[in-house]
Ligand binder design. Sequence first.
Ligand code: GTR
Length: 475
Amino acid sequence: MLNKVADQFCKLTQYLIKLFHWSAIFFYFVVFKFNSKTIGIHPIKPNFDIQSNSQTMQKLGCILFFLALPWISIAQPFVANYDEAKVPVFTLPDLLVFNDGTPVANKKDWDKRRSEIYSIFEKEVFGVIPEWKGHVKSTLVSEKADALDGIAKRKEVRIDFMNGERKVSVMVLIYLPLNSKNAPVFLSYNFNGNHTTTLEPGVLLPDSWVSNNKEITDNHANEKGRGSAASRWPIKEIVSRGFGVATVYYGDVDPDFDDGFKNGIQQLFDAKRDSTSWGSIAAWSWGLSRIMDYLETDKDINAKRVIMMGHSRLGKTALWAGASDLRFAMTVSNNSGCGGAAISRRKFGETVGRINTAFPHWFCDNYKKYNLKEEIMPVDQHELLALIAPRPVYVASAAEDLWSDPRGEFLSCVFASPVYELLGMKGLPSNVMPELNTPLIGTIAYHIRPGKHDVMLYDWQRYMDFAADYFKLKK
Ligand code: GTR
């Protein structure tokens, strides 16, 4: 949907530029000629007034033309490359070499190298999170002991973030298998409100801004959305296999539009902005850490077993949260693509320039330096995965989701593997892209399934298998 809006915007801009361009030409030729002819004086021998008049027109035409030039070059509609033969030859930054060229030899070295890489991602990609000076309060809002036809306990917990008079509230919806305080829990943002993940009538609608669609015209959630994303949230299957689910509407933390960072939790921070200031992905990721703070206090939950999971932009967020907060035991990136798991230097599908143009608020301003210049980036996305090591990470692609560059997502897993191996873990077990529905499972895992950009039951089943092995649950 947002892609379509961005493309329409691009077309409109192009149309306006053409109009501007032709006006410039019109001014230059038509008005100038009209002036010369109607006044009836040969342009080569004009009198002083006519000459200055025509020179003014000429200058105006030139100025308009040159003003239009940069726009003409930047507003060409983006055409994604989907041809493997056109992927540029690239050299990735070496994970196991310090910025000063010294090799990384052991686990201790890796801790230092990790800080170097983390700091580059902070300052050049996602942005630095300012110091939090407010306070936080959590309140149990509802509880149901026999949810999902009696197999789960459901609760809703509101977390209020406050700084002075300013307050932002975030609602966490939690489902837990009955009588299991040890269940691993998938923590995952949803796109349109907690009520869209389930058909259960009691689940609250968000109060915060939601994007408009066929059913919503006033940026407020309504009952029509209940259960609309349930296919992405097979909560009953998840709970039946002994896992919990904690989900939060991402717009509660930061509404997803470019508002100059004035709403969502960013309004609660007093920091001035510069080119390294945080974008929305960092804000959403900060929110996940605060939800983790709450989960650590919840007696029904073993917070050492929280699995960070996200789809698409929220997959990018999950990876950055997994890299930033070592309390997340495992991270799952579903179709995260550009700025997530896909290698940026491949420029396949969505590129850095395209994502920064369509979503200027997601990353820090420094990231824009790499628009059309991915090859000079000081990091690439295999390093984002490596920041999660030695904890398990699962990356998944969809065959028709070329926009997210499945091969680039796979290669990140391959290129992050040496760090896992240095730390004594198994990297991805193969460097050959697997067939559809044939997961590769090491401490880094990868699969590609048939179908579109989405989260499907197949994806969840693989994540649950992976987590069940790691947490040694009965299958
Ligand atoms: C697309 C965007 C992708 C991905 C996706 C999503 O429009 O280009 O990077 O994040 O949105 O989040 O659904």
